[in-house]
Design a protein around this ligand. Structure first.
Ligand SMILES: Cc1cc2nc3c(=O)[nH]c(=O)nc-3n(C[C@H](O)[C@H](O)[C@H](O)COP(=O)(O)OP(=O)(O)OC[C@H]3O[C@@H](n4cnc5c(N)ncnc54)[C@H](O)[C@@H]3O)c2cc1C
Length: 387
């Protein structure tokens, strides 16, 4: 019986195992090697423990890196709702975001893990190296050596890892001469030059524009969270990739009144001037923001204040570290793999998930990509097995 060794037991790997088990006509010899002491550790932490599995509108426009036609095919050929139904997991859309019906990531891991029953899973086992000789792979680990006909690398990235950098596979592939696009944080909070620790915990809705000097780089509408070191929240995280990759100092303008034109806001402020200074701000803004604005900007004219409320400019110092990032941009260049995500240089070696040079926006796009890769490669390997 031919053996498939999969390195990593995260989102892409678990989807691959489920696909192999669901679609195979005969028994397969599958080995999963995972450095952690449990499977799906990162998956459990996704979506604040709720796992935002996918998005209703999957399109290439929400992905970055070496995107190409094969990636579009992989993304669009994967039906997350149907796949999870087959895995025994009921799902639901909240607006356009797909979640497990239970709203618990543990349900996702439980359903996917059920396919590991007839798989040899080695936990606490880190893969250190692999070699290819006489038609099969030898995989060197901290436990023992394993042999495989097919080797799948599904080791993700170090984003969000609190236990330290674990991008061993990225380094290994680089040593083996693969083109690796440099890693940088994405979907990560931002540190600002000036901070307002007193605003920590305040959430606002608005429109946020990232500027390189006067040039608009990207604009996001949504939620922002003030922190002691700067800015966070989904809308800010969406802007963070561009900050990570830019060598220049960038700035973000916060529009606190995106439902008002500047002229309409001037009129509103003018009407409110009959109120006491205290009520003027506290009836207009969330409390901690009102206190700050009253202290610092009470002297401004209606015109100047309206401009500030619509163009509150923050100079960006940089991003937080990979520990606070949701994904890493960069990874194995897509030029190194064929349409089945099989290495062009090494036959029978597949690379899936975040280890590839693809990262998505917030909103379920990253998990969708990881699951779609696992599904796609599972089908590709089975097709070859039948030949
Ligand atoms: C806090 C947080 C929240 C997130 N929330 C969402 C969300 O709601 N929706 C969304 O779409 N995306 C989310 N993401 C991103 C998403 O989790 C990842 O993009 C996705 O898990 C990548 O899947 P993967 O299979 O490539 O890697 P992973 O899921 O990271 O799995 C890789 C596995 O490989 C193991 N491994 C690594 N190296 C080795 C080695 N040398 N030997 C053996 N094992 C190894 C790792 O321990 C790990 O278990 C979130 C990320 C974080 C950090």
């Amino acid at each position: 019986m031919k053996r498939i060794v999969i390195v990593g037991a995260g989102a892409s790997s678990l989807a691959l195992v489920a696909t192999l088990q669901l679609e195979a006509k005969t028994e397969l010899d599958i080995v999963v090697l995972e450095q952690n002491t449990k499977v799906g550790r990162k998956l459990l932490a996704t979506g604040n423990g709720r796992a935002n599995l996918s998005h209703r509108a999957i399109s290439l426009a929400h992905y970055h890196g070496g995107i190409d036609q094969k990636i579009e095919n992989i993304l669009l050929n994967f039906d997350a709702v149907a796949f999870f139904k087959r895995c025994g997991l009921e799902t639901k859309y909240q607006q356009d975001l797909l979640y497990p019906r239970s709203e618990q990531a543990t349900s996702v891991v439980a359903c996917l893990s059920s396919f590991l029953d007839h798989v040899h899973v080695y936990l606490d086992t880190q893969v250190l190296d692999y070699t290819y000789q006489n038609g099969y792979y030898t995989i060197k680990t901290t436990l023992q050596d394993f042999k495989a006909d097919w080797l799948v690398l599904a080791t993700g990235s170090q984003a969000g890892e609190l236990s330290g950098t674990q991008n061993t596979m990225y380094r290994l592939l680089k040593e083996k001469g693969y083109t690796m696009v440099p890693l940088s944080t994405s979907l990560v909070p931002l540190e600002t030059q000036k901070t307002y620790p007193q605003l920590k915990g305040v959430r606002i809705k608005g429109t946020f524009t990232l500027y390189d000097g006067k040039r608009t780089m990207r604009q996001e509408k949504g939620e922002l969270l003030f922190t002691e070191y700067g800015l966070s929240g989904i809308a800010i995280m969406q802007l963070s990739r561009a900050v990570s990759l830019s060598p220049k100092e960038l700035a973000i303008e916060i529009d606190l009144f995106d439902d008002f034109s500047e002229t309409e806001l001037i009129t509103l402020l003018h009407q409110r001037r009959t109120l006491s200074p205290d009520v003027f701000f506290k009836g207009l803004l969330p409390m901690k923001l009102a206190v700050l604005f009253e202290k610092q900007y009470a002297h401004l004219s209606n015109e100047a204040l309206a401009h500030l409320l619509k163009h509150w400019r923050w100079s960006i110092k940089g991003t937080r570290s990979f520990k606070q990032a949701q994904v890493m941009a960069g990874g194995l260049s897509l030029k190194e793999v064929n349409a089945d995500l099989e290495s062009i240089k090494e036959k029978g070696l597949y690379v899936i998930g975040e280890l590839l040079d693809i990262d998505g926006d917030c909103g379920g796009y990253n998990l969708h990509f990881a699951f779609a890769c696992g599904y796609h490669v599972g089908k590709a390997i089975l097709q070859k097995e039948l030949l």
